[in-house]
Design a protein around this ligand. Structure first.
Ligand code: GLN
Ligand code: ZN
Length: 724
């Protein structure tokens, strides 16, 4: 509302204050002892940190004392008008989550200064409600490591000395205002680090500890274990350390073995990344072990990480059946678990016996439930052999049998504009204002129109446009067994964008074909090839809440078998080109490099399982979109798709660099323009991009396509761009 001018700044600020008050009191009422503050954000906490330390790139023309709200939003979203025409700062995924943060921009010699009083303001605001909170800051080392140097390459950690005084100033103001603890989020300390980086940690916290003025500092890590960084973490002169035991339970033993006296240990024992009830008996055993070593008064019980990554409240889900609901815990319920565990460690198990009993029953019931287990699925998955992962012939031989196409064939990535009209039709069907046949006729009309336009433009391989899909994961989840959906289970993706990930609770199977009806219709209306369009197993897995009672690779394998059947059904009705999208493959990479190979191995093999059932003559495409492609470039060949289309327009030169050293042997369509912008690329510009590509790819392997699906675009710019 504020962005579109419907809500005033005062109203926006008031709404923020109301939300903070609501969530603080919610936590207090649930029995949480030490409540965090400064975890609220109008856009993103890394962006808040940029504002805090005055790290505003020059193009925003900011020279004020404090970073004002409009500068802040301009950094987040770009801005046109009001005397400003600037692009947004880059956005990228927060570790291995589907949440995006704003990437700080650094340059050599940059200076910092305190440019926001947000942590202090919110601490005081909570004090006004009678709460002494624990302000949470993104730690200085993680902040620098998350940033990028836009111009020349330089060592971002060289900025540490300039940055630390600003943090010290924040600490001083918080100490004066009566804070006791301050938390520094340092997830980067749980990742692979060089000696120099570990040294930066010692330097940073040595300096902050000296300037803490009586405050107690807590360093928080999450998403991975400390592993070889444990000695560094223990050597930091701080009062407390938070670790994620859900992701890395193995770190408890070494941690306790060398735990320093008088240090507070915050154990993250409730999963902040998934929606299952915890097995409280197991978690309590961890805590009791820690209590013996650390002492009850220095042991904290906490969620593993921020609860940003789970939906708020299970109570809102009135449509989930009672059995399934009893297996779940959203943020609010997770805090209940934290409090129950804390009482059990502090006052003994008998004080919370009823809660522990109910939990044990729910956990056991889930394990035993026949709804989870489908013997036919597990048997089939167990029976998969090497042979099922291989196509009959290598790509070069397959190519001879696949459909003939001109050099530089043109195509698109799948979706066409999802207009208000398309969304309205889906809503009408959902609300019963449109019958199923009416809706299907509407979708057929959209497909027909899109096919005709593609023929007129002269594209070689057509698509049906994906008008029947709300979302590329939900659409498949809704048709597969083993999935459940929430009504209000939104989690933030970025800014004001939220996603509602499906829940995979049981063995996955496909009762009937999912896309064949639409693909067959589309192919019957044109003489040109129409691509079948599916979402791949890794992406479905990655963008869902996944069951935690079996390895992710096992669930991915079941998904792959379901997709494999769909691929074969498409082939059987005469679809000659089938694309299986895997945009989330890169994002699934584990945070620690020593786990990459194991992940890539199963990710590649489930993709191959999904796609290898077809005849040589059927052309398999895949699509990926992310800029950090180079990490996985060699893996892509192993996926053995005939054609891959990738995002390239915004990171073009990087990719071409990679192809100089490495010759990709199959066919490839590096996107020739950026679909995230309404801008229409000129023909010469596209020809220029193709000539660049042509330096590292040969004529017979190059495709011409936009860099992602067109669903977020308008028709006008879409048609103009495709013509060019
Ligand atoms: N086929 C999908 C589309 O065109 C791909 C989306 C994606 O890569 N995220 O929308
Ligand atoms: Zn894409």
């Amino acid at each position: 509302g504020y962005w579109s001018g419907k809500v005033s700044q005062a109203e926006l600020l008031r709404a923020g204050a109301e939300l903070r008050a609501r969530h603080w009191t919610l936590q207090r009422d649930l029995g949480v002892d030490l409540i965090p503050s400064n975890d609220f954000s109008f856009y993103d906490r890394v962006l808040d940190t940029c504002a805090l330390v005055g790290a505003v790139p020059e193009r925003y023309g900011w020279s004020g004392d404090r970073v004002d709200l409009d500068t802040y939003f301009a950094m987040a979203r770009g801005s046109q008008g009001k005397g400003r025409d600037v692009t947004a700062m880059e956005m990228t995924k927060w570790f291995d989550t589907n949440y995006h943060y704003i990437v700080p921009e650094f340059r050599p010699g940059q200076t910092f200064r305190l440019a926001s009083t947000k942590p202090l303001d919110e601490f005081r605001e909570a004090r006004g409600l009678g709460l002494v909170t624990k302000p949470v800051l993104i730690g200085p080392v993680t902040f620098l490591l998350l940033g990028k140097a836009k111009a020349a390459r330089f060592d971002r950690l060289a900025l540490l000395d300039a940055l630390l005084p600003v943090y010290a100033e924040v600490l001083r103001s918080l100490a004066e205002a009566g804070a006791e603890w301050v938390q520094f989020d340092e997830p980067c300390l749980a990742l692979d680090r060089t000696k120099e980086e570990l040294e930066a940690y010692r330097r940073a916290y040595g300096a902050l500890a000296r300037r803490a003025g009586g405050l107690k500092l807590l360093v928080a890590t999450y998403f991975a274990g400390l592993e070889d960084n444990l000695p560094t973490a223990l050597a930091l002169p701080v009062h407390g350390l938070h670790v994620d035991l859900v992701r890395a339970p193995g770190q408890l033993a070494p941690l306790l073995a060398s735990w320093p006296a008088d240090r507070t240990l915050s154990l993250g024992v409730i999963d902040g990344r998934n929606i299952w009830k915890a097995d409280l008996a197991e978690r309590l055993a961890w805590l009791e072990r820690a209590r013996e070593r650390v002492g009850a008064e220095r042991l904290w019980v906490a969620p593993s990480c921020s609860l940003l990554h789970v939906p708020i409240d299970l109570e809102l889900e009135t449509r989930l059946d009672a059995e399934l609901r009893d297996w779940l815990a959203f943020a609010r319920q997770k805090l209940g678990e934290v409090v129950t565990l804390a009482r059990a460690v502090r006052d003994g198990r008998q004080r919370v016996a009823a809660a522990l009993d109910a939990n044990a029953r729910a956990v056991a019931a889930r394990r035993r439930s026949p709804r989870i287990h489908n013997p036919a699925v597990t048997q089939r998955a167990a029976g998969v052999t090497e042979r099922d992962l291989r196509r009959a012939s290598p790509h070069a031989a397959r190519r001879q049998q696949q459909l003939p196409l001109p050099l530089y064939p043109t195509t698109t990535i799948g979706s066409f504009p999802q207009t208000a009209e398309v969304r309205a039709a889906r809503k009408k069907l959902h609300d019963g204002q449109m019958t199923q046949p009416e809706y299907e006729a509407f979708i057929e009309g959209q497909i027909q129109k899109t096919l005709t336009l593609q023929e007129e433009i002269g594209l070689d391989v057509l698509v049906h446009g994906e008008f029947e899909r709300n979302d590329m994961v939900e659409y498949f989840g809704e048709q597969l067994q083993g999935f459940a959906f929430t009504e209000h289970g939104w989690v933030q993706s970025y800014g004001t964008r939220y996603v509602k990930p499906p829940i995979i609770f049981g063995d996955v199977s496909r009762p009937r074909p999912m896309t064949v009806r639409w693909s067959r219709f589309a192919q019957s209306r044109t003489a040109r090839p129409v691509k079948g369009m599916l979402t791949g197993p890794v992406t479905i897995l990655q963008w869902s809440f996944v069951r935690d009672d079996q390895p992710r690779s096992e669930t991915a394998k079941q998904l792959a078998l379901a997709i494999r059947d769909e691929v074969l059904d498409l082939e059987a009705v005469g679809i000659r080109v089938i694309q299986i999208d895997e945009p989330a493959l890169r994002e699934g990479l584990p945070l620690r490099r020593d786990e990459w190979n194991a992940y890539l191995e199963w990710a590649v093999s489930v993709f191959r399982l999904a796609t290898s059932g077809v005849k040589d003559a059927t052309q398999i495409h895949t699509h990926m979109c992310y800029s950090e492609f180079n990490d996985v470039i060699r893996v892509i060949e192993k996926m053995d798709a005939d054609v891959i289309s990738i995002e390239n327009a915004r990171s073009g030169s990087e990719l071409l660099e990679a192809f100089k050293e490495y010759r990709y042997p199959h066919e490839i369509g590096p996107g020739v323009y950026d679909i995230h912008s309404p801008r229409v690329p000129a023909t010469e510009e596209i020809v220029g991009a193709l000539r660049e590509m042509n330096r590292v790819l040969d004529d017979r392997q190059s495709w011409v396509n936009p860099d992602c699906g067109l669903k977020t675009r308008g028709w006008e710019e879409t048609l103009a761009s495709l013509k060019n």
